[in-house]
Design a protein around this ligand. Sequence first.
Ligand SMILES: Cc1cc2nc3c(=O)[nH]c(=O)nc-3n(C[C@H](O)[C@H](O)[C@H](O)COP(=O)(O)OP(=O)(O)OC[C@H]3O[C@@H](n4cnc5c(N)ncnc54)[C@H](O)[C@@H]3O)c2cc1C
Length: 398
Amino acid sequence: MLIPKALVSGASLAGPVVAFWLLRAGFEVTVVEQAPGPRRGGNGVDIRAEALSVIGRMGLSAAVRTKSVVTKGMRFVDRDDRQRGRIDKAGMERMVGSEDVEITRGDLASILYEATRNDVEYVFGDTIKALAQDHSEVDVMFAHGPPRRFDLLVGADGFHSNVRRLVFGPEERFSVFKNHYFATAGADFFIGEPYWTTNYSEPGKSVSVFRDENGRGQVNFIFRSQQPLVYEFRDTAGQKRLLRKAFAGLGWHVPALLDAAEAAPDFYFDAIGQMQMPSWSNGRIALVGDAAYCASPASGAGALLALTGAYRLAGELAAGGDFEAAFARYEAAQRPLVARKQANLFTGISVPRTRLAIAARNLFVSSPLVRLVSGPQSDKGARLKEYAFPGDRLTSAE
Ligand SMILES: Cc1cc2nc3c(=O)[nH]c(=O)nc-3n(C[C@H](O)[C@H](O)[C@H](O)COP(=O)(O)OP(=O)(O)OC[C@H]3O[C@@H](n4cnc5c(N)ncnc54)[C@H](O)[C@@H]3O)c2cc1C
């Protein structure tokens, strides 16, 4: 029997997870990633609810918990560094409605890569340059490697997906600006309490600092903008100027944090945006994770959507039959979760628009009222199905 061949573009979260389950479904899998090697570091991502089930079913719970970041909660301070509100991790979990394991995106990506590397062909430092499909295969041209043919192509290459652009058209057709920009960078500083995120907000602007006991941490800036700003996505110097302009004149530790962020090698700036597509597949090609349905960093649900989507996509393909029918079932199963997460952004809490809203937020998070709020259980009505994976080609899951 011929073994079907799948190509996955992107080796962050959705890519290796879909690769893992496609192996179980009997595919031979190649992953192409533009970065020169596996990802390291990066922001924290939250693994919760159904995403924890996917990790559990992959046999990776212990590995993920070992690498999880200790987080104690969030403090809200004024410009004189006086604490105005505080919510601990248990309170935050109640607000979102589930247990939450935080891990850096790089550590999670490394765990997923290690779980698949012996069985998947990983090609780093390359990208798809062009592709064409017909009823029986997908022809792929790479920027560096020789052309190859696959039965299936999965685009797991993030918000600025290359596969989406090649198959569905320009990003602007599907991206929805959510009126905020953010910047993030890793740096050393001794601001706030170890393992707490300390937040300083002015109307429409917010700076959060997370640090460990050694002062190693992450700073995040977020600011409101009614209109999209004009800048070049790859022009880091221009992005730094925009950030400085947005936070000019702010007190607290903002000037020092701007300096630290600008000097950091991993400085990252982007719009808070969502990907909203009428369909996530075309013929033998499907999208998964941020490439198809990014809910934005302000949803806290990126990892949840990437992991559940990857599992469902491969699970439906494992059931056999034609790809288009499997893609349709994947969409039907994943869309309700995506719709809920895209509708629930935390910008009201993290970037209040007025002084009154900042004061109300600080009072609310510190009051016993917060204990009465029961967040939307993300898996209401959308529990993860147990799929049958008949053609296991995986030798090294654990
Ligand atoms: C600052 C920030 C904070 C966040 N906070 C949270 C949070 O608190 N909780 C949470 O759950 N999520 C959070 N997220 C979102 C989360 O990181 C994403 O939703 C998640 O990583 C999506 O996974 P993905 O695999 O779909 O895409 P990505 O992680 O974006 O990975 C895409 C991969 O594709 C590769 N790639 C891109 N283009 C190409 C190409 N042309 N060819 C080959 N490879 C390519 C990239 O190098 C990358 O490895 C945050 C994101 C950011 C940026």
